[in-house]
Design a binder for this molecule. Sequence first.
Ligand SMILES: Nc1ncnc2c1ncn2[C@@H]1O[C@H](COP(=O)(O)OP(=O)(O)OP(=O)(O)O)[C@@H](O)[C@H]1O
Length: 268
Amino acid sequence: MTTADPIVRIAGLRLDRGGRNVLRDVDLVVPRGQVVAVLGPSGSGKSTLLAAITGELAPASGSVEVLGQPVPRNQRALLELRKGIGVLLQGNGLLTDLTAAENVALPLRTHTRLPRPVIDRLVAMKLHAVGLRAAADAFPRELSGGMARRVALARALALDPPLMIYDEPLTGLDPIASGVVMDLVRRLNDHLGMTSIVVTHHVHETLPVADHAVVIANGGIVFSGTPQALQASTDPLVRQFLDGQPDGPIPFDSAARHGAAPHATEAA
Ligand SMILES: Nc1ncnc2c1ncn2[C@@H]1O[C@H](COP(=O)(O)OP(=O)(O)OP(=O)(O)O)[C@@H](O)[C@H]1O
């Protein structure tokens, strides 16, 4: 892979879940170094798109290339690729009986054979990067929601992944903590030379730090462009989502539009 190659290249992608089509005709290129916001209403398929990028979900058709290679179906090759993808999930996933430092050390212990002093040093660096070096010995229950999210971020960064994926990084955070996390997303992306994909419905907190925005609705990408172009869009679909209007071209029950029965797990 050369430095000019995109980090993610998706072409003609169709994704199905539970026998139902969720996304179709998706084309997306994420250039190296960018922060790309993937926006869209609940249930539009944002997490489904992430699942295709991390190889959890195989395409029904089309192609997904990540870090210069088609996402492998072979488990061993997939695990290798995933070492290059840091993922921050909305639930944090911190282990409650381990300290912040021990949580951050986990991926290093699992995936490397580095000696203990080197791991300790790397953990201190990652905690420092998220402004939490002083909290190294704290347990997750002793941290605020924003601090716990930053520890989870430090853990996702542990193996220096070239690609970071954030799935709803602001869920449950107050406006101040949200600002801190989004600022970190941008600064870490630039300082550590990463590329970031941020899936969220927190439009107003995310657009200021994004280089590019994509809006998913009604089974596909309905907007792709700069945050400025998104804010200026007059497309009724985009406006309905941005302005939070209940009535418009995005149906309340998006499954109904596809002519299939809503899935049992569909969010209310
Ligand atoms: N494992 C699954 N099996 C069947 N259907 C699924 C599965 N996961 C998601 N879906 C369906 O796929 C559609 C898209 O879901 P997805 O979670 O990707 O949306 P989302 O945009 O990430 O939503 P949210 O913002 O609420 O997290 C929904 O209709 C959902 O019910």
